[in-house]
Design a protein around this ligand. Sequence first.
Ligand code: ATP
Length: 292
Amino acid sequence: MKILEKAPAKINLSLDVLGIRSDGYHEVKMVMTSIDLADRVECGDLKGNRIVIRTSASYVPEDDRNFAYQAAQYIKETYHIDRGVEITITKNIPVAAGLAGGSTDAAATIRALNKLWDLGMSYSEMLAIAMKIGSDVAFCVKGGTAIATGRGEQIEPLPPLPPCWVVLVKPPVSVSTAQIYKDIDSLPIVHPNVDAMIRAIEHGDFASICSLLGNALEGATMRKVADIAKIKAHMKVIGAEGILMSGSGPTVFALTQHESRMQRLMNGMRGYCSQVFAVRPCKTVSLLSEYE
Ligand code: ATP
């Protein structure tokens, strides 16, 4: 039996860092949305009791450093499963880009193994596994548009975004999320208005969503990656309605409701970077297929 899940990337529309907790994690308040830039994660039965990972990207680890491996391992331990699994990950999401590529693969693995091994895990049981792996995995279990608080594991759903295009530009550098969180402790933080963003989404107010885009990590990453400021300035000239860096970066996204502007952004930004994507927000995660 094989289960194939779509594993969408996320972007942060608002990301605030409220402080450091006694457990060493940062307290955050974020609004995230899934987008139609997705990996494919297939889980299939394997003889024996091993977890085998195969990925289409040579620089993604295929051992226990892979978040999908960790998801399978935690599920095996928690539910005492003595079965093997082969997890095949087709990567489309750029790695270490601020798009939660590894986290969404882990979340897709949790959903797939719930079906493959007929575990009947509830949403909160899936979240309990997700939390052990990383802060963004909880959001990725259901995807859509949501508020994430705590260290990112407390999820409250929001209505979907108004119809729009998301144009993403990934500069040719990778950023360590852990390093950026370290850096912000010694830098002044610009706090976005997360509550106003939540109200704008609840009202389906696209203009306000664009004007309220904000990310407390942006300043720290911009100090390391000079391209971000250039990309933002160029997107503005082309006419994007809203522009922001996602997560800890370095990917920058622009929002627009006009197809012609989306095309102009795609064409204009291709001259800047080789990794440019135009996608739609994605309302939920989905099972792609299930077969013998
Ligand atoms: P976030 O936005 O959640 O901070 P990110 O998009 O910046 O994440 P990822 O693409 O998840 O970053 O990659 C971060 C690290 O995770 C990489 O260094 C990579 O080696 C490791 N990793 C583990 N599992 C995966 C996976 N399935 N896909 C991609 N990277 C993975």
